[in-house]
Structure formats: C-alpha cells, structure tokens
Design a binder for this molecule. Structure first.
Ligand SMILES: [Zn+2]
Length: 245
C-alpha cells in the first residue's frame, strides 16, 4: 500500500545511528508510527522531514508496518528551537495531541487545531498563555469533552451560573448550587469567557482583549478539568510551562 498524506511529526525515536521511528499525526491514516531509514544522515533526503513539529506531505509505504519514502515539507517550525518559551508551548500542544489520540485513530479537528496553533506560536510572541487556553478548550471540544457552559446541569436554566461541577462537566445556577456543595465556585466572568472561547474561532479569540487575572483563573480551572477527563499527569512538557506562568 502507498499513501500520500498531509501530516505532522509528533515524536522522533532514535533506533540506531542512522534510522528512526517517527510518530506522525496524518490526515489519511490518523496517528501512525513510521520507520525512516537513514533519517539521521544529513545528506539523506528524508532527514529534513524527520524532526519534531515538521508539517509536510508524507509519502508512506506499507500496511501496519509503515516506512517513509518521501517528504515534501510545508513548514519545519525551525524557529521553535531558538526560543525556549515558544518551544515549551509547542511541545505541550504536541504532547497533548500525542497523549489523547491512540495509534491508528484520527481526529481531523485536533489535527487542524494543532497546525493552526503552531503557526500562531511561530509568528507571534506574547500570546502564549492566551493561546494555551484556546488550544485546551478546543482540544476538549474536538474530543467530545467540552465543558457545558450554556445551561445549568441540574435545572437547564440558561442564566445566573456561579458554580461548576467537574464530575458532571458543566455549570450550575445559583439556585441549584445550594444543593451541590461539592461543585466549585466559578466567577460569572470566567463562565462568560469559557462560552466565548468555545464558540469563537482563533482570530476572533486572539483579537479579544482578555484581562490577565481572568486568564489565570481560567487556567486554574482548565488544569483541574483536563486532569479529570484526560489524566494529564504524565505529560512532562506541562511542567516546563510553569516557569513562564
Ligand atoms: Zn439550576
């Protein structure tokens, strides 16, 4: 079998001095492991496509055991290696995607979100924390775990929210919150921002001026929410982000 597909390198694993295994997220095959013969040789034409973050058209041979036969790079995101902060955020985005998608599984929405987010990281600075929140909410949405923020989880009322139940995955209104002491307090402004983040596209979201205190509050919330639904504990790059927060 022979496939030509757009994809991005999530991980690179060295096999020996010359060969590597790449973990790719592709449009046609989903997440796959691909053997690359001679990838570590700088003169080999496959070398330029065999690095983390490379976004390219990959030509892949095989059935279950895949190997790379050609690569046409679209973007190598090489600049990430020159700025530690950018590199940390890019690694975090890629690690989340690698963590939540199983082998041979596809998620087109997440693929698009990853490419879009890496492109923004590549051309702007100063928006990293804000972009991280967008990425996390949209990744949850792409996986079917988006928090329900438009109606009360108990009575379905569409206003006056002041609490959030992580286990139920949604907001609770003032009246119902008395009956649910285990739900966490969430400022109505944070709930409003969550509604906006989930319904906007990336350019609308980035244009909106968001108070840094609100970003911090959302960050605390999304961390516990993601931990509960996606078990993020073993994602190493997450720890590096702490340096920049
Ligand atoms: Zn209610």
């Amino acid at each position: 079998m022979y496939f030509e597909t757009e994809g991005i390198v999530l991980k690179k694993r060295k096999l020996n001095d010359s060969d590597v295994f790449l973990t790719l997220l592709t449009k046609k095959l989903g997440k796959v492991q691909v053997f690359v013969k001679g990838a570590n040789n700088p003169k080999n034409s496959l070398n330029k496509g065999s690095h983390p973050f490379v976004y390219a058209d990959f030509s892949i041979r095989g059935e279950k055991n895949y190997s790379l036969s050609n690569v046409e790079t679209k973007d190598t995101f090489y600049n990430f290696r020159e700025n530690l902060k950018t590199l940390s955020y890019a690694s975090y985005f890629v690690d989340i995607v690698d963590h939540v998608i199983n082998e041979d599984e596809s998620n087109f929405e997440l693929f698009q979100l990853l490419i879009e987010s890496l492109m923004i990281l590549n051309k702007t600075t100063g928006y990293e924390e804000k972009l991280k929140l967008y990425f996390e909410f949209k990744a949850l949405k792409a996986l079917g775990y988006a928090p329900l923020v438009n109606q009360c989880m108990i009575c379905s009322k569409k206003e006056n929210f002041n609490k959030f139940s992580v286990t139920s995955g949604g907001v609770i209104c003032k009246e119902c919150s008395k009956k649910h002491p285990s739900a966490i307090d969430l400022h109505p402004m944070v709930i409003k921002l969550m509604q906006f983040t989930l319904s906007s596209n990336i350019s609308e979201y980035l244009k909106k001026d968001i108070n840094s205190l609100l970003i911090d509050k959302m960050d605390i919330f999304i961390n516990s929410y993601m931990e509960y639904y996606l078990q993020m504990g073993n994602i190493k790059s997450k720890k590096f982000l702490k340096i920049y927060e």
